[in-house]
Design a protein around this ligand. Structure first.
Ligand SMILES: [Zn+2]
Length: 320
């Protein structure tokens, strides 16, 4: 689940003006120190929210986003909020450094040849690239297309926590591997934003898309909701380009093969879409808080259907 850029309306008591305050997402988690004796951890950013636990002076927490005077962290693997006024930032904290393997070079001008070389080396070992290069066929439906697959969350960010403590980050990675393989079989070159359980900031995910001539950026997520009966698949797109057509094509293709409710293709303001200059969509592949659905979406059969549907959706989109 991607935390929505909720827009909250505050009515100023004197001016009765409507002020729109968006949630600000931190691009990467920052470490803060608790500066009060006891700090309550809440399940939502509100004074009257349910208390999940307590922090004490000297505790360190990692912050992922801010909303009014509240900051979001994780507490026992669950999304949690604490009042920001009792926190101070910790400087030079090396434990928060991302894995250097995933560092992105500054975008530089490259020739087409260099670019296609970069594409091939992102996901596969040299010997595999060779095999692929030999088997390139202009008739492959996705030949010449470069697709970025983005498994949501990872590392210290588990994403949503579902039934039986299943973590979204694990499912997105498993799905991404299947999708990447399928698209590669159809002739596409692939970049995957993370290959293991590593934390990658939203900003870096977008940079990975910008570092290539990307034809489509596809972020994979799973949804969560308090009501366990809520379920279904949705695809989100950024505004302003043909991402909408791609989202509709993929959503249509998913609903053709998967027997879950259709929550539609919708515009959304998520960071990886909004800040992306490439065609970009984000797919929520079912609810991990729905016990019936979670059983299904963890299966290999389901992932294969997802991979096939995304490939078909892309193909139809490029054909039009
Ligand atoms: Zn998510």
């Amino acid at each position: 689940m991607i935390r929505k850029q909720l827009i909250t309306i505050v009515i100023g008591s004197l001016l009765t003006l409507f002020i729109f305050i968006p949630v600000t997402h931190a691009d990467s988690g920052q470490t803060y120190l608790v500066q009060t004796e006891v700090l309550e951890v809440k399940n939502t950013p509100a004074q009257n929210a349910e208390v999940m636990g307590q922090l004490v002076r000297g505790d360190k927490i990692t912050i992922f986003q801010e909303k009014f005077d509240w900051v979001q962290t994780y507490y026992n693997g669950q999304e949690a909020w604490v009042a920001s006024q009792y926190l101070t930032p910790v400087k030079n904290d090396t434990s928060q450094k991302e894995s250097s393997d995933d560092s992105i070079p500054e975008p530089k001008k490259t020739t087409k040849k260099e670019k296609s070389k970069q594409h091939s080396t992102q996901l596969f070992k040299p010997e595999q690239v060779l095999t692929t290069a030999l088997s390139i066929d202009a008739n492959d439906p996705l030949s010449g297309k470069h697709i970025v697959i983005d498994p949501g969350h990872g590392g210290k960010d588990p994403g949503a926590i579902g039934v039986s403590h299943i973590k979204e980050k694990k499912l997105t990675l498993a799905a991404a591997e299947k999708v990447a393989k399928k698209l590669q079989d159809k002739g596409a070159t692939i970049t995957i934003t993370r290959k293991d359980d590593t934390y990658i900031s939203l900003k870096k995910r977008v940079q990975k898309s910008a570092a290539h001539e990307t034809d489509a950026f596809i972020s994979l997520h799973y949804n969560a909701f308090q009501n366990p009966s809520v379920g279904g698949i949705s695809t989100y797109y950024k505004s302003g380009d043909n991402s909408k057509e791609l989202a509709r094509s993929i959503q249509h293709s998913l609903m053709d093969t998967i027997n879950l409710s259709n929550r539609g293709a919708k515009q959304a303001d998520y960071h990886v879409l909004r800040e992306n200059n490439d065609t970009a969509v984000l797919i929520e592949l079912g609810f991990i808080t729905n016990p019936k659905e979670v059983e299904k979406i963890q299966s290999d059969t389901y992932r294969k259907k997802v991979a096939n549907s995304i490939a078909d959706g892309l193909q139809q989109y490029f054909d039009e």
